[in-house]
Structures are given as structure tokens and as C-alpha cells.
Design a protein around this ligand. Structure first.
Ligand code: AMP
Length: 206
């Protein structure tokens, strides 16, 4: 079983029109706080990002926001436990990944999809062995999950790598899946092997 002391959440900087997403962001925040799991996220005060952060703080939990300089003045959440301002979007993402033990995507748009795709790729390459999961509320991610299945069926994604991205419909269930994820890293390129980047190289990405 994995120790989850910090979980990184990717989610919309908007709240969207379906109230189930705001509700699930609130529920996830509450679940993290109640289970002593700190939140790492993009540091914004708006949308589902703001809702999940507020919910953790209201529950007495710890929240670390990591935001690039370009966004920090306009949208940074003013009440976080810790706010880290980075020079670029890339250093921001690398630090979010380093600081977290697992990753959860909630509903969102391109930004959420970018972060989910990147961390899944990094895991597939063995840069990190940290579990990744999707909170699939109201079938929001059904088409994306079907796309992953199709990619595996068509031989563009190895079945064992398809299984690296977990999903569940409730926060409690998803956190349990992440905790119990025992998928061991296997190199994507079996003939050559893909060495993981050393820790100091990861933290200096620009
Ligand atoms: P999106 O799903 O397009 O709304 O983008 C949300 C994701 O991208 C979040 O997980 C953030 O890490 C990042 N992001 C996008 N917009 C912002 C913003 N205004 N403030 C902070 N982070 C943002």
C-alpha cells in the first residue's frame, strides 16, 4: 500500500455549468482534509481549482499552490498554506509532480487535459512511479477513457500502460485505488530501456 501524504489535483479554472463538478470538487477537498492528505494544485482561486482548495482549507487541511509568475498576480488564491511562484509554466508543472505522491484529474478543459496527459506520459516512461487517477463524475470522462481503450485496441498504447490511468466515480473510491496501485514500472521501450531522469535534472526543467 502506498503512503499518500500529498495529492496533486488537476481541474478546471472554471466551474462549468454542471453543478455535479463543483460538488465533486468540494467532496474531494473534504475527503483529503479528513484523511490528512495535503493538496498540491495550480494555485488559482477561480473555478473548480478554487473550490477544491477552499474545501481542503475549510476542513483544516494543508494546501500548496504552485503558480507561474505570469498568472500569480491576477488569479493566485490569497489564503493558501503555501504559495510557490515559479518562473515558467514548465517549472511549475515539474514542481507539482515532484511535490506529490499521486495525481487526480477532475473535470476541466485543455489545461487539465495537458497535465493529465503529461503526468501519464511521464509515468509510462518511468520518470515517476506515482499513481494517476481520473474522478469520472457524471460520465464526464467517458469519451476520454473510451479513447484510451481504443488506443490500446489499435496497438498504439500497451495494455499494461493503459492500466496506469485509474478511474472511479467517487473521491473515496479513487483515493483507495491510488493507495493500492501496485503497478510496477516497466520500460515502454523494452529493447533499449528508458532510464529515468535523475532528480536534479527533473527539478531544473525550463
Ligand atoms: P483548464 O482545465 O483549461 O481550466 O486548466 C486548468 C489547469 O491548468 C489547472 O489544473 C491549472 O494547473 C492550470 N491552469 C489553467 N488556468 C489557470 C489559472 N487561471 N490559474 C491557475 N492555473 C491555471
Amino acid at each position: 500500500m502506498r503512503e499518500l501524504s500529498q495529492v496533486c489535483v488537476f481541474c478546471g479554472s472554471s466551474s462549468g455549468s454542471n453543478g455535479r463538478h463543483a460538488e465533486s470538487a468540494r467532496e474531494l477537498g473534504k475527503h483529503l482534509a479528513n484523511n490528512g492528505i495535503g493538496l498540491v494544485y495550480g494555485g488559482g482561486a477561480t473555478g473548480l481549482m478554487g473550490i477544491v482548495a477552499d474545501s481542503v482549507l475549510e476542513g483544516g487541511g494543508r494546501v500548496t499552490g504552485i503558480i507561474p509568475e505570469s498568472l500569480s498576480r491576477e488569479v493566485a488564491h490569497p489564503g493558501l498554506t503555501e504559495l510557490i511562484v515559479t518562473e515558467t509554466m514548465h517549472t511549475r508543472k515539474a514542481l507539482m509532480y515532484e511535490r506529490s505522491d499521486a495525481f487526480v484529474a477532475l473535470a476541466g478543459g485543455f489545461g487539465t487535459l495537458d497535465e493529465l496527459a503529461e503526468i501519464s506520459t511521464w509515468r509510462q516512461l518511468g520518470i515517476y512511479d506515482k499513481p494517476v487517477g481520473i474522478l469520472n463524475v457524471d460520465g464526464y470522462f467517458d469519451h476520454l477513457l473510451a479513447f484510451f481503450d481504443r488506443a490500446a485496441t489499435d496497438g498504439l498504447l500497451k495494455p499494461k500502460n493503459r492500466r496506469l490511468v485509474l478511474d472511479a466515480a467517487s473521491p473515496g473510491e479513487l483515493i483507495e485505488l491510488l493507495r493500492n496501485d501496485d503497478t510496477a514500472y516497466e520500460p515502454k521501450w523494452e529493447s533499449r530501456g528508458t532510464p529515468a531522469a535523475p532528480a536534479d535534472e527533473k527539478s531544473t526543467l525550463r
